[in-house]
Design a protein around this ligand. Structure first.
Ligand code: AKB
Length: 316
């Protein structure tokens, strides 16, 4: 039987592409897209859309009842950079929405939950290279704190109440359809837009800041695969480390220059540098690969080629 899905935060960077993929897999009428307002509706205008406030239990519940939803993908969140500007708003949105969804699953209104975590759960005391699945986690951003606490609650709801919640620690995600908003890894998307429109980019991170990254197609594949895997295969109920590649701003710029030789890169690090410096440089995702067969396909060169090709078509 096909799942009846609600995506909360469907207009965001990952939510919009996830909506598209899930509609392709299960049919448009089985995948309800929702977000806080109609303002960004264009990106998911391929089926039913509802306004849902992720901070409100009743707003989510009304939608769940209306469409007899059994699976929720909770993609709404305030990310790392914006979270530092609005700490309490980040805490409220990121935690309240998670509790609402976990409680719907606890009371058997829905059967399955996907909730994204992030490399932001790690902090300055975490080993920075090949960061293991289980290690020191002392996040120093509000966003990272909400994700780490969220992971603990996911595992708790699984152990205590049998809630089927599945989660991935996403790295920075690179895509051309929808812009990311408010993250520290956003430079790796902005750079391609600016390369196409201006031929130059001023990066808010320093040239040798290495961070784990992934192409959107791989992130969507991971999300679909973990949700499709049999419950027994999911041995980690907090959140799985997930990796594809790591690179620095300088390395992305070099791949762009191979295609646009005149592209100019400059650096003007701001408050996001401290956030990036507190995160791992690379991630060990052996557990995801062993438990449910995760593997990535896209490397940096493939991403640069595809991003420049798609954005050139979009802008010219
Ligand atoms: C951010 O930069 O805040 C996000 C993330 C790594 O979770 N992209």
């Amino acid at each position: 039987m096909k799942p009846k899905i609600l995506i909360i935060g469907a207009c965001g960077q990952i939510g919009s592409e996830l909506t598209f993929k899930l509609r392709e897999m299960y049919g448009s009428s089985n995948v309800i897209a929702s977000d806080i307002s109609y303002s960004n509706l264009g990106v998911v205008n391929t089926g039913i859309f509802e306004v849902v406030d992720a901070r409100s239990y009743s707003s989510i519940k009304i939608c769940v009842d209306k469409y007899q939803i059994d699976t929720i993908y909770l993609m709404a969140a305030m990310l790392s950079a914006t979270g530092e500007k609005y700490p309490m708003k980040a805490w409220d949105l990121n935690m309240e929405s998670l509790f609402h969804v976990l409680n719907l699953a606890k009371s058997n209104v829905i059967k399955k939950v996907f909730w994204p975590s992030s490399i932001a759960v790690f902090g300055p005391t975490t080993p920075v290279e090949s960061t293991p699945q289980y290690t020191i986690m002392e996040p120093s951003t509000v966003y990272g704190i909400t994700k780490q606490v969220g992971e603990r609650w996911c595992e708790y709801y699984f152990n205590k109440y049998g809630v089927d919640v599945r989660s991935l620690r996403y790295p920075g995600i690179i895509s051309w359809k929808t812009m990311p908003g408010g993250g520290t890894t956003d430079y790796a998307v902005e750079i391609y837009h600016k390369a196409v429109t201006d031929g130059a980019y001023e990066c808010f991170l320093s040239e040798n800041t290495k961070l784990p990254m992934m192409y959107m197609n791989d992130a969507i594949k991971a999300t679909v695969d973990i949700m499709e895997a049999p419950a027994e295969a999911i041995k980690v109920r907090s959140s799985y480390n997930l990796a594809a590649m790591s690179f620095t701003p300088k390395e992305v710029a070099q791949t762009i220059q191979e295609i646009y030789p005149d592209f100019k890169m400059s650096y003007s690090p701001d408050f996001r540098q401290a956030i990036a410096d507190s995160w791992p440089r690379s991630i060990d995702d052996t557990k995801a690969r062993a438990d449910w067969g995760w593997h990535h396909e896209f490397e940096l060169q493939d991403i640069t080629r595809e991003m420049l090709f798609q954005l050139d078509k979009k802008y010219h």
